[in-house]
Design a protein around this ligand. Structure first.
Ligand code: PLP
Length: 391
């Protein structure tokens, strides 16, 4: 079948592909543990589920306004205002089908064909694909484990050019767990203003940060220069609501209007029931937030303890999210020549699925998602340990 150029070179999501392969192997009878998924093992908290059930019972099952229910837009603005001093109103918010659609809306709304987007690498898998679909050109700004996986102004400046239109920051980061400090982000934000580009801040893991690190939001910069900043967040990670598909963005009113037009012509509003659930989430908060964060931090401890016993493997301490991104490249030899062959080896020998770092723009690493039960995680780490000693 003849397909459009824009999909021919498009990569399928690597994380979903690894998970599917792990499931296939498990179905064929192999003992497989997948540390590849990007969601917590917690359930959506009961009060949120109840709000959704109530909305169905009450017949809240029709289209809503394209940009989202006014109360939810206000609740999202309140969230950004209460925690991060955004000073936003409902008119600065768009409710989308997940943070993913918000990000996509922004790319489509601001990139003209040939415009460049700076993407610090390692990056979340979907950023380059979104930029490409929008007709833009992703420009990877490389860093590595030896630099805690963070970029600085000098790195961005080196990759900046006359066509640079946006820069995508993601702190806490998927896949590395890196959390930028306030002064680091302030320097990058000041640079974005000086260069007059849009700094798109994906803050979806803002509630999952481990002390003494703290989340620093770019909402304060948005307040001062709304035309240079956009902040994306959602309920998937912080409220264990990945399947509800509900995200929100904070941006200049012009960008909100443009993104609303795009969304109106593609998916219309986010699911009405999910919007009611998200309203409950944002107004009630997550009663299990602290339990979830503590569990993740404990599991991170298990990962770091295991990694410290793997010779030649470098893993800067993640400070947030639920991923670790060890650099395994010193173990590459013979048939194991890159992150894909390394992950195939682990799947074959250890029965553990990790996601190859190449999917995130760093072929030296592999991503471990530790959002699984402690017992399962420990067993997986032991299996990796044994396999590495056979490598
Ligand atoms: C960094 C990052 N941004 C955005 C998303 C998308 O989140 P949502 O489920 O709200 O679309 C994810 C999901 O894995 C993510 O890791």
């Amino acid at each position: 079948m003849r397909l459009a150029d824009r999909v021919v070179g498009l990569k399928a999501s690597a994380t979903l592909a690894v998970n599917a392969l792990a499931k296939d192997l498990a179905r064929s009878g192999r003992d497989i543990i997948s540390l590849s998924v990007g969601e917590t093992d917690f359930d959506t908290p009961r009060p949120i589920r109840e709000a959704a059930v109530l909305s169905i019972e009450e017949g809240f099952t029709r289209y809503t306004a394209e940009a989202g229910m006014p109360e939810l837009r206000q609740a999202a603005a309140d969230y950004f205002n209460r925690f991060y001093g955004a000073g936003a109103g409902a008119e600065h918010i768009l409710i989308g089908n997940g943070a993913k659609q918000c990000l996509f809306n922004i790319m489509l709304a601001v990139l003209n064909p040939g415009d460049e987007a700076l993407i610090p690498a390692p990056y979340w898998v979907s950023y380059p694909a979104m930029v490409e679909i929008a007709g833009g050109k992703p420009v990877e700004v490389h860093t590595g484990a030896e630099r805690d996986f963070k970029v600085g102004v000098e790195d961005l400046e080196r990759c900046y050019g006359p066509k640079t239109r946006i820069c995508i920051m993601n702190s806490p980061s998927n896949p590395t767990g890196a959390v930028y400090r306030a002064e680091e982000l302030d320097a990058i934000a000041a640079w974005a203003v000086e260069r007059n580009i849009l700094l798109l801040s994906d803050e979806i893991y803002d509630r999952l940060v481990y002390s003494p690190a703290r989340h620093y939001s770019l909402c304060g910069w948005w307040r001062k220069r709304p035309e240079n900043f956009a902040v994306v967040n959602g309920v998937s990670k912080s409220f264990a609501m990945t399947g509800w598909r509900l995200g929100y963005m904070l941006a200049h009113e012009d960008l909100i209007k443009a993104a609303t037009k795009l969304q109106g012509q593609s998916t219309s509003n986010a699911c009405s029931i999910s919007q009611k659930a998200a309203l409950a989430a944002l107004t009630l908060g997550n009663p299990e937030e602290e339990t979830m964060r503590r569990s993740m931090e404990r599991r991170l401890g298990l990962v770091l303890e295991a990694v410290s016993r793997w010779p030649g493997v470098l893993c800067p301490r993640p400070r947030g999210a639920f991923y670790a991104f060890p650099d395994f490249h010193r173990l590459y030899r013979g048939e194991i020549s890159d992150s894909a062959s390394f992950c195939s080896f682990l799947l074959e020998k250890a029965g553990v699925a990790l996601v190859p770092g190449a999917a995130f723009g760093d072929d030296r690493c592999a991503r471990i998602s530790y959002a699984v039960e402690d017992k399962i995680l420990s067993r997986a780490l032991d299996k990796i340990h044994d396999a590495l000693h056979q490598a």
